[in-house]
Ligand binder design. Sequence first.
Ligand code: C5P
Length: 306
Amino acid sequence: MTAPATRAVTVRVPAKVNVQLAVGAARPDGFHDLANVFLAVSLFDEVTATPAEALTVSCAGPDADQVPLDRSNLAARAAELLAARHGIEPAVHLHIAKNIPVAGGMAGGSADGAAALLACDTLWGLDSPREELLDICAELGSDVPFSFVGGAALGTGRGELLVPVEAGTFHWVFAVADGGLSTPAVFREFDRLAEAEGRAVPEPVASPVLLAALASGDAGALGASLTNDLQAAAVSLRPSLAATLDAGLGGGAVAALVSGSGPTTAFLVADEVAAAKVVAALEGAGVCRATRVAVGPVPGAVVLSA
Ligand code: C5P
């Protein structure tokens, strides 16, 4: 008897928070050089790939109506790029079970791109070398390679050149805002603020103090060294985030920051008991649409079932 052909492959992939996001001046190609310390956290999307006549995408979850189902979806683009490299048709249906906030600064779209790539590679039996999959990830977007590898890593270049870094376990609360923020718009606002303030933008450099704090697993030390150069730009575009940050700090968070380009806000907490208090403070103050509790680091994209 021959083994049945694989009919479905499901890949689970995490969200990220940036514990340091140092942003340089705009480059001629429009991107910004970064020193970007990523931490993968336990909020997950799942992407299931099944054979189909043509490439189609569906999505379920609380924010599914905000997810594009056309070729602009990074999951669809991942399937197309992988198929093109191998001279095959991207004949696959991709279903996204979405739990990561949409356009929230937690790399949800990038996560789906990384997950779809691994799911299609497995479904089509390509067994591509990891380096080739990481190349495709970098072509898909600056955050996609990190979504693929997970854990904790320093990203340089536009964020796609990764070196793993050591990290203890940290507890987080995330406050999901109403509506998303456009990443390009936040970077443009960063440029505008620097120019308006007559500020020279230094080369982005990873902080040795932050990297040591991350490795130590000491929430107090990490909280003292968290930085996000996009925070002022995100708050400028969405002033209500200031009240969200304050409410979480009032609830006992060790530290608070905007996650990536926002508008999700991230609260570092000492443990699960502290997390529950911060959730209660955020929900009591009515300063966000939803809250999520997570830990990190967690692994990147993994095949759950094939
Ligand atoms: O790479 P990705 O497609 O995710 O980037 C989305 C947009 O975010 C870019 O078009 C650019 O406007 C901005 N960006 C940037 N510098 C980076 C990463 C992203 O300016 N390092």
